[in-house]
Design a protein. Structure first.
Length: 281
């Protein structure tokens, strides 16, 4: 479990460019949930996930991972980062090993595992994210954008974290590549029973994947609700510079036109079932 208590973070405190990126966040992320994290550019999303991973130290407040307070004397940050895996935006630019196999093995090797255990984890992670055996001996730089994302995710999965944080994992991918990555992320969350925190600007992706949505606005946590509850607050989201899923907009237009459709629809399947109930003359 990840828990934030009154957490704030200020860049360059006391200087002329001082900026508070995250302010007074109270948040508990339960185990095993798929969390969507949204917010306009500069809302504090990236700062928040770096705080959760221990890459940044809170200016105020404290963060606990499985009851251990980050940055306390008895906590090894190295071990925390094995528990909370973070895949940064455009992770393919961070690949550096000669082969896909070595790239996936990098994290487990730093955990001090035996050679047999490392090999086992490479096979396990590669299978989970859909990397075939014949790709393991290839250079990661020969792969497509979507395949490189899979390799980067596999490198984190091989460390078997209890929480996986992904910052815009589908950014820049074509529709097919995006769909494949999202399917694999959801699949590994179910199979590994881990917590996933997905940062995305795509409301469709968040609507499709998330059990719960966190909405950041001007450094504060404005919403922490189910997708249905969040997308039912479309006017508030618009004021924050956020959009609604396209299917939600269509349903809202039908409501304005007088059709008795409930608010908060955010997936195509829901919309189909709701429209089926209507009796068109």
């Amino acid at each position: 479990m990840i828990k934030l208590e009154n957490v704030s973070y200020t860049y360059m405190p006391g200087g002329p460019f001082e900026k508070t990126a995250v302010h007074n966040i109270d948040l508990t992320v339960p185990d095993g949930q798929f969390i969507g994290l949204i917010g306009h550019t500069g809302s504090g999303k990236s700062t928040l996930i770096q705080l959760m991973n221990g890459l940044l130290k809170p200016t105020e407040g404290r963060i606990l991972i499985d009851g251990q307070e980050l940055f306390s004397k008895d906590v090894k940050m190295r071990d925390i980062r094995f528990k909370v895996g973070l895949v940064m935006q455009y992770p393919e630019y961070q690949l550096f090993e000669e082969t896909v196999e070595k790239e996936i093995a990098y994290g487990p090797s730093n955990m001090g595992l035996s050679e047999d255990e490392i090999k086992s984890r490479i096979c396990y992670a590669a299978d989970l994210v859909g990397i075939p055996d014949e790709m393991l001996k290839k250079s990661p730089f020969e792969l497509s954008g979507g395949q490189k994302r899979r390799v980067a995710i596999a490198g984190i999965v091989a460390m078997q974290p209890t929480t996986l944080i992904l910052d815009e994992p589908t950014a820049g991918l074509d529709p097919k590549g995006r769909e494949e990555i999202l399917f694999k992320i959801k699949d590994l969350q179910r199979r590994m029973n881990i917590t996933v925190i997905l940062v995305s600007h795509s409301m469709e992706d968040i609507a499709q994947m998330a059990d719960r949505i966190l909405v950041m606005n001007k450094g504060e946590l404005s919403m922490n609700e189910t997708p249905q509850q969040v997308f039912a607050r479309g006017d508030e989201l618009a004021k924050m510079g956020l959009d609604l899923p396209q299917i939600t907009k269509i349903c809202n237009d039908l409501i304005k036109a007088g059709y008795p459709i409930r608010k908060g629809i955010y997936t195509v399947s829901e919309a189909v079932e709701e429209i089926k109930r209507l009796k068109f003359v």
